[in-house]
Structures are given as C-alpha cells and as structure tokens.
Design a protein. Structure first.
Length: 254
C-alpha cells in the first residue's frame, strides 16, 4: 500500500510540473469567460449559453488531460528506460499502474474543481441562477474523464503513444455514438457491417450515458437513481479496464 501511495504522489508531483495543465486550465477559463460575453449578445438564452459553454469547456479540457497525459504516464517511463529503475525497487507492476492512475486522477479532480469554481463564479457574476443540475453534470464529467483515462492507460500498456492516442480517441468518439451505431446496424443490409457495428456497440463504453450537459444547462435535474447508475457504470467499466491494463503490463517483457 505504501508503494502505491509513493507512486501516486510522484505522479502527482511530476504532472503538476507539466505546464500543459496550466495552459489547458487557462484555456478553459477563457472559454468560460467568453460564454459570459456571448450570453450578453443573446436575448433570453444567456443562462443556457453560459452553462452550455462552461460545461463543454470543463469536459473538453478534462478529456484532453485524461487522454494525452494518461497515455504518457506509462509510455514515457518505457521510452526513457526509467521503467527498469522503478521496477527494480520494491514496487510491483500492479502498484505501478494503479499508482500512476490514482496520481493523475487526483490531478484531474483538482483541475475540474478549479474550473468548476471559476464557472460558478461566471454564472454568479452574470446574475443567473446556479442550478443543482450543474453539480450533477460535473460529477458525471469527472466519472467520464476517469473512464477515458482508464482507456488511455489500457492501450498504453501494449502500444505506442501515437497508436494509443488514436485508439483512445476512436473509442471516445464511438462511445458518444453508440445509440447511432445500434440504429445503423439494425438498418444495415450487410451482415458483416451489422456484426461489426453490433460488436462495437457492446464492447465500447456508452459515454452518452454520462452526458447530461444539455439538460443540466437548462436546470433540469436527473433522477438520483440515474445519477447513481451512471456513476456505477463508469466506475465499474474503468475498473475492468484497469484490471486488464494490470494483467497485460504484468506479462509484458522489457
């Protein structure tokens, strides 16, 4: 357990030093500020526009961090050959993977908290109501980001940085189009196409389940049962991916 905490702590410190995090958070803050300006130009829709753009900015930045920083957590150690030094210490490969994941998860949680605080400040300054649904949306954004990070780490345990990024982005896009894939598969006249699309539908995570930004922007609360189910789905899926990542990494030769 102590080794796990050490790896997580080192990951946190290394990632904090990476200036890309500050640039991305600054970018999100600019978008949130821009939403305030755009909201003033639209009569009657100011609140929804500010909420839409604010939540979208938080989601975009968090996912970018999860994909590109998440992939580098493992591949960077392998490319620099520092993996030999790390594994020579009393640290198991499972502790290495989980420690890296937890360290970045804490970084992402902190960044989302900072961006959400700035977002709430923007809503308050604009004189609009701070809906409870915004908190629901951000909680599921965090769950989605943790799931995407698990996908990135899973691919990075057996492939290069470029290929891992490509596959993670592909799964992310498909994850938001799962319902469309099912509809296309049902209407397809090709058995092969139907089989491929059906397989993607069941294998890829349904990220749209975690997307409630639209109704949250309008102040519509989702039922607590749905919130808990969606959260459990994302956490369990991330857990399965991390288990797979640990199993693959244990058998990998360096």
């Amino acid at each position: 357990m102590r080794s796990l905490v050490v790896v997580a702590g080192n990951t946190f410190k290394e990632t904090v030093r990476d200036k890309i995090l500050y640039n991305l958070v600054f970018f999100a803050i600019l978008l949130i500020g821009a939403s305030l300006l755009l909201g003033t130009l639209t009569m009657g829709e100011q609140s929804r526009i500010i909420n839409d753009l604010g939540l979208a900015a938080i989601n975009l930045v968090a996912v970018i961090i999860a994909i590109f920083v998440g992939i580098g957590l493992v591949t960077k150690e392998i490319d620099r050959r520092t993996i030999y030094t790390i594994l020579a210490r009393p640290i198991t490969r499972v502790q290495f993977i989980l420690g890296k994941y937890l360290g970045l998860a804490f970084i992402i949680a902190v960044n989302i908290a900072i961006m959400f605080t700035m977002f709430l400040g923007t809503v308050w300054v604009s004189g609009n109501v701070i809906y409870g649904s915004l908190f629901q949306a951000v909680e599921l954004i965090l769950v989605e980001t943790l799931l995407v990070m698990a996908i990135a780490m899973f691919f990075s345990t057996f492939s290069s940085s470029t290929l891992s990024a490509t596959m993670t982005i592909g799964v992310y896009v498909i994850g938001h189009l799962t319902s469309d894939l099912k509809a296309i598969a049902e209407k397809s006249h090709s058995q092969l196409t139907e089989a491929v699309l059906t397989a993607l539908y069941y294998v890829c995570p349904n990220l749209e389940l975690l997307n409630i930004k639209g109704q949250a922007a309008s102040g519509v609360l989702v039922e607590m049962g749905y919130q808990l189910t969606a959260t459990a789905y994302g956490v369990l899926y991330a857990g399965l991916l991390l288990t797979g990542a640990c199993l693959i990494f244990q058998r990998r030769d360096f």
